[in-house]
Write a protein that binds this ligand. Structure first.
Ligand code: PHE
Length: 345
């Protein structure tokens, strides 16, 4: 038999469908230590040197041909994989994520106000000084307009609108909402991020506020009290009370701080015959409010002789902690990304 016969036989063999083990056996038969290629090489010994070279080359080519074919067939071979399914193994635990606690609070607050027809808005985080201060009757020399109280952007000053800043409160949405609607009635709940350059245990440079604004004919303080009372009872619980304390904001007149009765001592200031440690006085401070100043109504194109309104602005981190009855000794934990805290909610 010469090489071409062997090649023919090899080609015959690989025409059939071969399994992995059959391919392995074929490889041993041809390329193994006692295989056909070895045998062919051993016949070279009896040849003249000229033939040795010629036949040797043919054997080498045949060997190369076999190697190529076998590796081709090998790569095409797809052995059915047998997966073993063991139903008695414990399941793979998938860690469930959750929303940030402040996101939950935002949703709950907007849903409480949507029930009494307040439209949810979010006004600009990058804002003109005009909407945050000037239009709200806050004069140019007011300390809140200093760069230790407010973040200023490195941007050319506008003649009418002043500098660009990071909105320090949601009250900038008041005049924007009046101008958007052009005409009362206004019923807005503006929920947005606010920024002030503070970083300590009770302040983060970014925080959230929600601001209610209601303008119509004949709106007075009883509507303000009634609405906040409604919110407090929905959000904190039926047995919570509110009280108004006179205060001073430039954009409301009269202005009030709103307090809410403490859940621990039920507004008495006494717990277990001692001064209540949570509130010390029976009341906790919720935030600012008041009747919208005529100047502000005019900034929004509304005639204060025909219309009146109220506004309030509360911090979300604050109301959230008050609701949960949590005394967090460092507010920055909200934005620390610490899952031990965040996954509690
Ligand atoms: N903007 C005020 C603050 O950030 C809160 C406020 C809102 C007061 C609306 C009165 C009316 O403290």
């Amino acid at each position: 038999m010469d090489i071409s016969d062997y090649k023919q036989r090899f080609d015959q063999r690989i025409k059939q469908k071969l399994s992995k083990s059959e391919l392995e056996a074929l490889k041993v038969e041809y390329l193994g230590r006692k295989g056909i290629i070895r045998q062919l090489f051993s016949t070279l010994a009896g040849l003249s040197s000229l033939d040795k070279k010629k036949v040797g080359q043919q054997i080498n080519e045949f060997k190369f041909y076999i190697e190529q074919k076998l590796s081709e067939l090998n790569s095409k071979l797809v052995e059915p994989t047998q997966e073993f399914f063991d139903p008695s193994l414990p399941k793979i635990k998938i860690k469930k994520g959750s929303l940030h606690p402040i996101t939950y609070a935002v949703e709950e607050i907007s849903s409480i106000f949507s029930k009494i027809s307040f439209v949810r808005m979010s006004y600009n985080e990058v804002e003109w000084e005009f909407y945050s201060f000037s239009a709200l009757n806050i004069p140019a020399d007011h300390p809140a307009r200093d760069d230790v109280e407010t973040f200023f952007l490195d941007y050319p000053e506008d003649k009418k609108y002043g500098h660009l800043i990071l909105s320090p409160h949601t009250s900038s949405g008041q005049v924007r909402e009046m101008l958007r609607l052009k005409q009362p009635p206004v019923r807005m709940i503006n929920i947005a991020k606010c920024y002030r350059p503070n970083w300590d245990t009770t302040h983060t440079p970014m925080f959230h506020q929600f601001e209610g604004l209601c303008i119509d004919k004949g709106i007075n303080i009883t509507h303000l009290k009634g609405t906040i009372d409604y919110f407090v009872k929905q959000y904190f619980g039926e047995n919570r009370q509110i009280r108004l304390r006179p205060y001073d904001f430039r954009f409301t007149e009269p202005s009030f701080e709103i307090d809410i009765s403490c859940a621990v001592c039920s507004g008495t200031g006494i717990y277990n015959e001692e001064k209540c440690r949570v509130c010390k006085s029976g009341w906790l401070e919720l935030g600012g409010s008041g009747m919208v100043h005529p100047y502000v109504l005019r900034s929004g194109g509304i005639d204060p002789d025909i219309y009146s309104g109220w506004a309030f602005g509360f911090g979300i981190e604050r109301v959230f902690l008050m609701k949960e009855g949590l005394q967090v000794d460092d507010l920055r934990v909200f934005y620390s990304g610490d899952l031990r805290f965040l996954s509690e909610f």
